[in-house]
Design a protein around this ligand. Structure first.
Ligand code: NAD
Length: 329
């Protein structure tokens, strides 16, 4: 699939250079694309260059790329001018989760790009069918949902809205294989797409267990790490049921499903934290408290882990068994 594309000839734009915009820009540079990175607010330019360069250098040290970061860096154009996007085949919007802000950004992007340019959003939760109504050409509008840090994670969802042209979506899906991803094509829009629907079902139950005194935050985290965290990177959920016996799941869910939380309100546990200004590791106040030193070490530890788990996952790709069958023939 990757052979179909010469990424060095396909310029990609990234608009919004916060945490995700920077790691997405790094990922695209590592895949060989020339990248135009546009800062919609001037403040982005204070940090974005260093962040992107840092990702490239770290990836080089970790062996994710073999070419010197300098040569990739030279393919990056960075600034505030939307006009620089005019030759892009694809633009990825990565601004705050706010419809008004995104609408204004699409207006500026579409004023300069070609009519064939694909325009995409990294939105976490706004349905693509809603966002694409803000586009003057909704058929070329898609969701492109990344996971942080985008230059190391294998996750990517390509999401079609009601008005998206499915053939263009399939093209994007094939191109995404050039970015060291195992992408998913979501052919029919649904709020939260796939991974957030799965994760929020888990979060809801986690809140329920803690708020109702069944377990502490620490206990829930420990159970997640050592059960799902142990096998998920290899198999996901359906093959896990195959591996461990489908009939048992059929039996358990009959009695268990009716007892699971189906609450639709914001859980008190998170509301209290947010109302008190807690933002998690970034200001030291979340479900746990962090000193500055602890917060720094958690960020560093997560970064180190993301490189290591990527390496492990690459040894067990989605077609790991097909490959073994092929090599034994
Ligand atoms: N953080 C994650 O793990 C994650 C994962 C998947 C998707 N996303 C989505 O990616 C998008 C960006 O998230 P992030 O984590 O990089 O956020 P961030 O806060 O790090 O960056 C937000 C960016 O929005 C832009 N911005 C801020 N105010 C603006 C304005 N008034 N007008 C135009 N642009 C403005 C700036 O470029 C800023 O850097 C969001 O839609 C978010 O839901 C985030």
């Amino acid at each position: 699939m990757e052979k179909e594309f010469d990424t060095t000839a396909l310029t990609v734009g990234v608009v919004g250079l916060g945490m995700m915009g920077c790691s997405i820009a790094a990922c695209l540079l590592m895949a060989g694309h020339p990248v135009i990175a546009v800062a919609p607010v001037p403040g982005d330019l204070l940090t974005a260059g260093d962040r992107i360069r840092g990702h490239l250098e770290h990836s080089y040290r970790e062996g994710l790329i073999r070419v010197a970061p300098e040569s990739l860096w030279s393919r990056l154009g960075i600034g505030e001018d939307y006009g620089a996007l005019k030759d892009c085949v694809l633009v990825i919007e990565c601004t705050l989760e706010d419809l008004g802000i995104k609408r204004e950004v699409y207006r500026k992007i579409e004023a300069v790009v070609d009519e064939d340019t694909l325009v995409t959003s990294n939105t976490s939760a706004i349905p693509i069918s809603i966002l694409q109504r803000e586009s003057i050409r909704p058929g070329r509008f898609f969701g492109l949902h990344w996971a942080e840090p985008s230059h190391t994670t294998r996750f990517l969802e390509v999401i079609c809205g009601e008005l998206s042209d499915i053939e263009k979506g399939e093209w994007l899906y094939r191109l995404a294989h050039c970015w060291a991803k195992e992408p998913t094509l979501v052919r029919k829009d649904i709020r939260g797409f796939i991974s957030n629907r799965l994760m929020y079902a888990l979060y809801r139950e986690a809140f329920y267990l803690v708020e109702n005194g069944y377990a502490t935050v620490e206990d829930v985290d420990r159970a997640c790490r050592n059960n799902a965290g142990y096998w998920m990177t290899l198999v996901g959920c359906f093959r896990w049921m195959d591996l461990t016996g489908v009939a048992a799941y059929h039996k358990v869910l009959t009695d268990l499903f009716p007892t699971l939380s189906n609450s639709v309100g914001v859980p008190r546990l998170i509301d209290d934290i947010v109302q008190a200004g807690g933002r998690g590791v970034s200001n030291g106040k979340g479900f746990y408290d962090y000193t500055d030193e602890e917060a720094r070490l958690w960020k560093e530890t997560f970064e180190r882990f993301s490189y290591e788990i990527r390496e492990l996952a690459l040894r067990y790709p989605v077609d790991v068994v097909e490959r073994q069958l092929g090599s034994s023939k």
